[in-house]
Design a protein around this ligand. Sequence first.
Ligand code: RUQ
Ligand code: CUA
Length: 661
Amino acid sequence: MTRTRLRLRRFPVSVTLVALCGLAAASRAQSIGDVQKIAQERGLTTADLLAAAKTYLPSGQKDEYLMFASGGHAGQIFVVGLPSMRLLRSIAVFTPEPWQGWGYGVGDEVIAEGFPKGKANLWGDTHHPALSETNGEYDGQFVFINDKINARVAVIDLRDWETKQIVKNPLTLSDHGGTFVTPNTDYIIEGGQYACPWGADYVPISEYKEKYKGSVTLWKFDRTRGRIDRDNSFAIELPPYWQDLSDAGKLASDGFFFMNSLNTEMATGGIQDKKPPFEAGVSKNATDFLHIIDWKKAEEVYKAGKVAMIEGFPVITLDTAIAEGLLHVTPEPRSPHGVDVAPKGDFIVVSGKLDPHVTIYSMDKIRKAIAGKSFAGSDEFGVPILDFDSVVETQIELGLGPLHTQFGPDGYAYTSLYLDSAVARWTIGGSYGSQTPEPDWTLVHKTPVHYNVGHIAAAEGDTVSPDGKYLVALNKWSVDRFIQTGPLLPQNLQLIDIAGQGTNAPVIYDMAMGVGEPHYAQIIKADKIKAWSIYPEVGWDPQAQNINPMAPKPKMERVQRNEDGTVDIFMTAIRSHFNPEHIYLKQGDRVRWHITNTERAVDATHGFAVPVYNITASLEPGESVTIEFVADTPGTFPFYCSEFCSALHLEMMGYLMVEPK
Ligand code: RUQ
Ligand code: CUA
């Protein structure tokens, strides 16, 4: 004890010494000559130094933007600061994550809420994050994300960056064209992908055309509760094509959303029987269909009760959708991928990965074609087809494998070119015309990226008012960009400076993403997010986003045996102890372990970890959690705080003793 105190008292002395040395170093003259010397030694060009100056953040300075990137089959969201490209946080969503204490005693019910067909599923495949919007602008309140593998949607509250809800789509097991939100976040839209029989029930693939279904689900969002409101959500049946990426209309196209599709051939594969494999059958036709859906009309139809209950969920059937005139399609170049609505909502940009052009549709022309019923027939299911020439504005040849488009504030649009490994900058015409020095609808420049870019994300680049400045290329392959990390390589997220015009759009940073495979990302101005630094009050339940009256308080710590045979443990945590420290249980006890972190200091997080019982929690200042388990294994279990919270962190522990029967 004395020795500890001694060491503690001496600590400030060494701190002072370090500070003095630092001062001495700083006072030595530094000049641009030093920079030149290092640049020469390291072989850095002026462009390299400029890139460093644009991205480097001195210690303590903060990023201007936050990028919310999906985590791919890591099942999480990753948050990166721009321009530093530092990974700031992962947010545990579909996959249990021990550091955040997600899914090991806390959050288990949220994850279980989304179990498909009642089976435990402990990962997700996140693709498309969507920040909540007000009037088509990100408002910084929530972020949503889809899980492609099991067709689920998650809600994350951006006050505490915790997942609050996971909903399982009752109709299908496959989604992709989501999540995206309507301009005021009335609905979170989840488009399906691989056609499935309703409820993914067993149906042989020979009955594909009759029994397999396409669909899109409109999840009603209740902003006050911060939850999806299942009781006011509905779906629309679509033909059994594979619906792909989607985007919501805004301003000129408000009230509509747009969904690509592939496999309008309705190919069913069968390589094992020498039938054409999916990869051939799915791209046989020269065109697929862009779905144009009037969701405001769909909402009226749903509210009028013109729905069928399928798997206990209200569905506007394909026949009703056609009869009510809320669904139209128009041809688009084969096997398209991205569809993106321009900031004013007047143009819809589609990229077909097998076509070197982007195809641009005019909302004005679409509205006229719908009103004038200028149909070029209908598809096999009776969906009216808008004549391509009557709705298309123009096509621009950009290069090989165009996938996704983002926008700048200045009449520039950006499209990723997967096969070219480049990001194309081109000019939009119409009402955007003459905002750039170049003529309208022209390819201006291609920035090479490394390699095989999928999505791109520009600062506020899919809102009604993009910021320009930065664009991130989310490259699928990194090949030779980083030190070999075994045969599994990180992805390469490249920051591109798009503040300049014309051919001035250089790559200024390479960020290795070695924890997952992000697909889409959205970039928001950092000051729009009003994140809590500590929970508002001691005893806060993050699931209720309110104080829990049952939360343990100081002086009320105890172990309570109830008449029904259950045990409640009321525990507090503060630097550097738990109270109580001795817990006696009997084998078979059903336990509710309530813990409150009573700290009010920023970053004073405590962990709570119990061996054998697979329990780990993260208790942020003010937070209270309840962990339920059955004490089925007798023994002596030293539990401890797993977060290095203080000098006496090692001593922050206790013993759980479970007496055998
Ligand atoms: S995908 S790389 Cu969004 Cu899922 Cu296009
Ligand atoms: Cu609390 Cu370590």
